[in-house]
Design a protein around this ligand. Sequence first.
Ligand SMILES: [Zn+2]
Length: 361
Amino acid sequence: MTLASLLVFTGVGEELELIEKQIPEIGHAEVLVKNLYTTLCGSDLHTFCGVRHEKTPTVLGHEIVGEVVEIGSGHTGRDYAGNPLRVGDVVTWCIFSSDPQSAEALKGMPQKASGLFKYGHAQLTDQDAFHGGLAEYCILKENTAILRIPGDVPLAVAATINCAIATVAGALRLAGDIRGKRVLITGLGLLGIVCTAMCKDAGAAMILTADINSQRLGQSLAFGAGDTYLLGHSEVNAVTDQLQPSPEDMDVVFDMSGAPDAMEMGINSLRVGGIAIWVGAVFTARKVACDAEQIVRKLITIKGLHNYNYEDFVAAVEFIGRCHKDFPFDKIIGKEFTLSQAQAAFEYALAHKPLRVGIRL
Ligand SMILES: [Zn+2]
């Protein structure tokens, strides 16, 4: 029996508490992983400051990369790609586990299937505590898709695969073929930045990014944006300082902001046959207003995405393995902290709003 540290979140306004617990015997189909690096996702920050609610106490952090320490005797011994899984492998895993035989899973929506469990979102109990990224270890439950990290991907980048990057892979799946398309991306947190890079890689003819933050607009240029659009500031282009008209004639618009204004602008910018993919709206906001007649006459499609499926997870690992050097992914971490400094990491993330802060374990 080994003691390991966990950082416990008990509620809004409470200091995170570092505790020690014994790592239990793992179940027959479980895998014990030593967490190596965790990045704080926007939803971690939302929980920390009370915009969203989790059952507490909990261990936050779900963008995790770790090293396999022990594989249960009943585990297949293989990763999701079918390759042998070995002690010492550096791996990422799906943010969720669920019943692969349930109706939703069989329809390609395992993130909504029965028996759903989400890492970094679960209540800490005496029997079940090692399920978050802000801890030294994580126990991966049965039916968790695990994939090895390609050799030269930095840990800080690898950590973002199982939330931000896989979610964007899902958004591109829903959008269909991007090659030759005119794309608008609203909201340039990490999802929007990754979406820019993935659309560039997928052969978009033109990528326009939009945000209320001019610094983030500038950042998106390095990830493949061809032009930028400053939202909510009299429509002055952040890069050229010139007034610009509202975007139009877009084939695909991705909203990563969740802001009703941005989603409305996106719908209005679509040409005939356009597709809107909404991903950012994961918090309470006013209802979006759209002109149904325009949706009908312009043959517009709107699709929503929450989390991702296994296909998206595989695509995310493939994309990062192949493209992490093609874009400045090494710049996404604003500052790095240790586990015992995680309170300061949350405060830094909220005050300075970098794309991510990192916790090196
Ligand atoms: Zn997340």
